[in-house]
Ligand binder design. Structure first.
Ligand SMILES: Cc1cc2nc3c(=O)[nH]c(=O)nc-3n(C[C@H](O)[C@H](O)[C@H](O)COP(=O)(O)OP(=O)(O)OC[C@H]3O[C@@H](n4cnc5c(N)ncnc54)[C@H](O)[C@@H]3O)c2cc1C
Length: 415
């Protein structure tokens, strides 16, 4: 290997790559962060900012199979699959369907709960060490239900959390008003979850972690990576211009594009993107006390420093198709009905690519084809929430320490 001034190249400087780089620098490693766009310019820039530690129920579930057909009927609804992308998405959807059987769902639930317990333990301490604890606000989340039927179905999902020590409180209408005044009368039930935190600005948090890594000696290179190859006990990283870098270990944390890099090693990982949309309204648009979750409609309303962010939805339409901001507007229209006092002018629209695996679990582990490459991607709806836990697990893999949790369910070889 050439004598590079770093040991480990982390490819992708979203929230996952930045957290991994920080944890590795803390462990005394010399780190190079490589990103074609800079720090936190993709999914990690515009997400809803939730540290959703209580969100252990995988999306791939018997419940979603019941809801999805109704959702798909509305082209601007919570779930959409443009006909032109249906064939491309079919293999992923088939795996998603198989991961949603009761037995597989139980396995994913246990794995998600283990990763969340680690996230709950590690996130605030890691942010404190990075000097970023002030970026977290703890005001909980309120999940709202309109019909008795929806609430009854949700109660059994909430009960799945009991075995994992996650606290929640079911509220009637008076309880809703006490937590959040101004909601439309149609919401008759809600569940409040205190084990839920928000960050003031998800992009600033990810950039803060990247900067904290740089303050501890990491370097940042802005370049696209086109391929990886194992060589001589290390990894050769080929950049877009054909030049190469070498590292003893490479971490692939390239979000929704990671499977392309994995494929250059011969790893076939069924990553898809669940595209999500939002609109950020200016400060003062509504007096919001906590995050609101409209689970029957597939979107959330989040209080951020910049204002109120209204967003969510899932669009299975790949990495190339241009955004269809009618989706952001459809969520905003619903929000006007749900929060009648909200001011919806001057919003900024955004679309981001969630990196999603069909069983709703990320990939965290060594590449089956190249032992010096560690994959850390596919966190879907929960990348911010699981970033510190992922960073600790990757750090321990690099250091050869036993991981804090069994990594088998997140293995890149599981597909
Ligand atoms: C609408 C929406 C709301 C969300 N809300 C939440 C939430 O409230 N809480 C939560 O926990 N999660 C949430 N998420 C999910 C979360 O945003 C993602 O899981 C997370 O940001 C993924 O982080 P990442 O670092 O893996 O990917 P990204 O942030 O996408 O970063 C990947 C990086 O890799 C770089 N890259 C890719 N390919 C290459 C290459 N070949 N060479 C060099 N660089 C490359 C990209 O430039 C990018 O910077 C939400 C997502 C969306 C879309």
């Amino acid at each position: 290997l050439r004598d590079e001034p770093f040991d480990i190249a982390v490819i992708g400087a979203g929230i996952i790559g930045c957290a991994v780089a920080f944890a590795l620098c803390e462990a005394g490693k010399r780190v190079l962060l490589v990103d074609r766009k800079g720090m936190a310019q993709e999914a990690s820039a515009g997400n809803a900012g939730a540290l959703a530690f209580s969100d252990i129920v995988p999306l791939a579930s018997p419940g979603i199979l019941r809801k999805a057909p109704g959702w798909l009927v509305d082209p601007l609804g919570p779930l959409s699959l443009p006909p032109s992308y249906a064939l491309a998405a079919a293999p992923w959807l088939w795996r998603f369907f198989r991961a949603s059987t009761p037995a597989r769902f139980r396995e994913s639930l246990e794995a998600q709960a283990a990763l969340m317990a680690l996230a709950r333990r590690e996130t605030l301490p890691l942010l404190e060490r990075a000097g970023l604890a002030r970026e977290v606000v703890s005001h909980g989340a309120l999940t709202l239900y309109e019909s008795e039927r929806a609430f009854a179905a949700a109660r059994s999902e909430w009960a799945l959390r009991d075995a994992h020590g996650i606290a929640y409180e079911h509220l009637d209408r008076a309880g809703i008003d006490a937590r959040q005044p101004g909601l439309a009368p149609r919401f008759r039930h809600a569940t409040y979850s205190a084990d839920w935190h928000n960050v003031r600005d998800p992009q600033a948090l990810a950039q803060g972690l990247g900067e904290a890594a740089i303050a501890r000696g990491a370097a940042m290179k802005r370049a696209p990576v086109s391929r990886l190859a194992e060589h001589d006990g290390g990894v050769i990283i080929t950049l877009g211009d054909g030049t190469t870098l070498t590292a003893s270990t490479a971490v692939v944390a390239a979000g929704a594009w990671s499977h392309r890099l994995a494929a250059t090693l011969g790893d076939r990982i069924p990553l898809e993107t669940e595209r999500g949309y939002n609109t950020t309204l200016p400060k003062g648009a509504f007096d919001l006390n906590c995050q609101l979750i409209f689970s029957e409609h597939g979107f959330v309303v989040s209080p951020l420093d910049a204002g109120i962010r209204v967003g969510g939805a899932v669009e299975l339409a790949g990495l190339k198709r241009p955004p269809d901001y009618r989706r952001s507007r459809a969520m905003l229209e619903k929000t006007k009905a749900f929060l009648p006092g909200i001011k919806t002018g001057e919003g900024i629209e955004w679309m981001g690519f969630r990196p999603s695996l069909p069983d709703s679990l990320p990939v965290i582990g060594r590449s089956p084809k190249a032992r010096n490459v560690i994959h850390a991607f596919g966190h879907g709806h929960l990348g911010l929430t699981q970033s510190a836990a992922t960073a600790i697990l990757v750090r321990d893999l690099v250091l050869g320490r036993p991981p804090s949790i069994d990594l088998t369910p997140y293995s890149p070889a599981r597909f």
